[in-house]
Write a protein that binds this ligand. Structure first.
Ligand SMILES: Cc1cc2nc3c(=O)[nH]c(=O)nc-3n(C[C@H](O)[C@H](O)[C@H](O)COP(=O)(O)O)c2cc1C
Length: 199
């Protein structure tokens, strides 16, 4: 299904083509494609090059691990994410390794690396759906995540399925149109609340 953004200004094709499907075809993701996505994550920028992200990975081929990770998602997300080829948890280290000081931008950096995953996945014909809906405490317990780290998000990667062949509720979500705030609403100039792009 094509669900490209309708940009008001020209943007790169990969950005326009990326979207977050709910209908996934349970076919496995090729290891080399997955490795490219993770390599893209690796090359994200980060504050002091700290690379504060860690991903915990489970692939459909390894059913016990896949179920384990699926079980860490909130139920509403389990419903559709069970069909994806790959599931990951995104975890951040909350302090800088060189001095132990708090890294207040670790979540930002995780987001950058996840953004790279999204674009690399799009480039190789995969789709990504990110999730805040994670049972954070369960994930910590299941994977013995130390308290130096915080579970932030989950990511599903796989092949989008045709909504026609999927659950009607999920299909409806995938068929819904995409919207965004105009630049005028979120770019300010001079002072808070003063748009940089007046009509
Ligand atoms: C950090 C983050 C958390 C999200 N959490 C969820 C989630 O828990 N469940 C869900 O169905 N979608 C989730 N989404 C997907 C968003 O709803 C989706 O990206 C947004 O509606 C824009 O749609 P698009 O990605 O297709 O452009 C999340 C996206 C991001 C970036």
């Amino acid at each position: 299904m094509i669900k490209d953004a309708q940009p008001a200004h020209p943007i790169h094709d990969l950005i326009a083509k990326r979207w977050s499907p709910y209908c996934y075809d349970p076919r496995p993701v090729e290891p080399e494609k997955l490795e490219s996505c993770l390599e893209a994550a690796r090359w994200a920028a980060s504050s002091y090059n700290e690379q504060p992200w860690t991903y915990i990975l489970a692939t459909r081929e390894d059913q016990p691990e896949f179920s384990k990770l699926l079980g860490c998602l909130l139920e509403a997300n389990q419903f559709w994410a069970q069909h994806a080829g790959v599931l990951m948890l995104g975890v951040i280290s909350t302090t800088f390794s060189k001095n132990g000081k708090p890294n207040r931008v670790a979540l930002h950096d995780l987001g950058l690396s996840a953004g790279n995953i999204c674009l690399q996945a799009t480039a190789v014909g995969l789709s990504v759906h990110q999730m805040a809906g994670v049972d954070l405490e369960k994930a910590r317990e299941v994977y013995s995540i130390p308290d130096t780290h915080v579970v932030a998000t989950a990511i599903a990667i796989g092949y989008a399925a045709s909504p026609d062949a999927s659950d009607p509720q999920l299909a409806e979500r995938d068929r819904a149109s995409r919207g965004r705030k105009p630049l005028a609403e979120f770019v300010y100039k001079g002072q808070w609340g003063k748009t940089a792009f007046p009509g």
